[in-house]
Structures are given as structure tokens and as C-alpha cells.
Design a protein around this ligand. Structure first.
Ligand code: ZN
Length: 220
């Protein structure tokens, strides 16, 4: 069995809904791209990492099912309600949280979730979501849109680097700032941010540091 089903309660409208998850045993990484984008044999767990409430369209990372209510408060709750109330059912290809979800709906989920995490004031989550969107465009072979989304990720990593709460966010910011400059053909800035990453995390065994070294080698 590649998938199993789980149930959760929507933190906004309290509707209970089911969704599919890829079973751990079915996850097999074939290769990683230069920016550590995983390519899978079999099911793509990224596609099932975001879920949408079929009643109110609240959309969030499946990893956050237990914690997301902690980020919802009186102030942002009304903003979320307001944002969701402006969505129209006809704008959706489908609401599908199951294994036959389309790539188009997955991309739409990422856009919705990035708006919602932005309201929740979680910019690094927004950055990670948009990175996933760029990866889906890469899989689709649409480099124009991929680069456009990477530009949006770059704005976030540059703007919020100073606000990183932990090493995970700092490494994310520096690595993807370097990588995106590399993709945009700006070798000078790519080298600058990758070198900063090495200075700050010299002894780290993070796979990002190893990937950054390979990338840095290509800039010579
Ligand atoms: Zn809901």
C-alpha cells in the first residue's frame, strides 16, 4: 500500500475531512537536483504534504495538523476568514486531498497555503512553500514560471534573513539566496551568499553545506 488515509479537523471551520498520505515505506528518492530538490521513484510525497478543507478551503501543511491552531489568534483569524470568503468554488479545478490529486490543484494549494502562512506571519514557511511551487514548475518543464517563483523566494530570503529564528531558517535563506542567484546568472552574488553560509556553518554536516560546496565549485 503506497497510501493511507488520515482524518483531521479544520482549525478554522471545524469540519472533519479525510486525506491521503504517502506511506513511509513507499517513499524512495531516485536523485537530488543541485538545490536538493528530491526526485522520487513512485509517489511524490510533496504533492501530499498540503491539504485543503473541502468546506472552507483553509489550506495548510499536513505536517502542521497538530500545531497550526497555535498560530491562529483573534487578530489573524478574521483576516483568514476574510481571505477565504473571497475565494469562489468555481475558481478551483477540484478540491482533492487524495492520491489522484492533479498537479494543477497541488499548485493551487501551494498558492493558497502561501497566502495563509503569510497572514500567519510565518515568512520562512511561505518561502518553503514557494520553493515547492518552483519545483513543480521544474517538473512541468516550465522554466519561465520556475524562475519567476524563484525570484519571489529570493525576495523572502533576502528580506527575512535577519529574522531567522534558528539555524534551519538561516541555512535555508543563505543556501537558496546563493542558489537562486546562480540560476539567475549572477555568479558574484551567488558566491557571496554561499561563502557566507560556509563562514557561519563551517563544521556543519548539513546536506545543504555539501550541496553548497558543489555549487560553489561550479562558479569558479
Ligand atoms: Zn474548514
Amino acid at each position: 500500500m503506497d497510501y493511507w488515509k488520515d482524518t483531521t479537523e479544520c482549525p478554522v471551520c471545524k469540519n472533519t475531512f479525510m486525506y491521503s498520505k504517502v506511506s513511509t515505506a513507499a517513499i524512495s528518492v531516485k536523485s537530488y537536483d543541485k538545490d536538493l530538490k528530491p526526485n522520487y521513484n513512485g509517489p511524490n510525497p510533496l504533492k501530499h504534504s498540503i491539504i485543503t478543507c473541502p468546506n472552507c478551503f483553509f489550506t495548510f501543511n499536513e505536517k502542521d495538523v497538530k500545531d497550526i491552531h497555535k498560530f491562529i489568534n483573534d487578530r489573524n483569524y478574521s483576516k483568514i476568514k476574510d481571505f477565504l470568503s473571497k475565494l469562489y468554488k468555481d475558481d478551483f479545478f477540484e478540491v482533492n486531498n487524495y492520491e489522484d490529486k492533479s498537479n494543477n490543484f497541488y499548485k493551487q494549494q501551494i498558492v493558497l497555503a502561501s497566502e495563509i502562512y503569510s497572514i500567519l506571519d510565518l515568512p520562512f514557511e511561505v518561502g518553503r512553500l514557494l520553493l515547492k511551487l518552483s519545483w513543480q514548475y521544474r517538473d512541468d518543464g516550465d522554466e519561465g514560471r520556475e524562475l519567476k517563483i524563484l525570484n519571489d523566494v529570493l525576495k523572502i530570503t533576502l528580506n527575512y534573513f535577519e529574522k531567522a529564528l534558528d539555524n534551519r531558517d538561516t541555512i535555508f535563506s543563505l543556501f537558496y539566496t546563493g542558489y537562486i542567484y546562480y540560476r539567475l546568472g549572477d555568479k558574484k552574488n551567488a558566491a557571496k551568499y554561499l561563502d557566507k553560509l560556509f563562514r557561519m556553518f563551517k563544521d556543519s554536516k548539513s546536506p545543504y553545506i555539501r550541496a553548497a560546496k558543489d555549487l560553489r565549485g561550479e562558479l569558479e
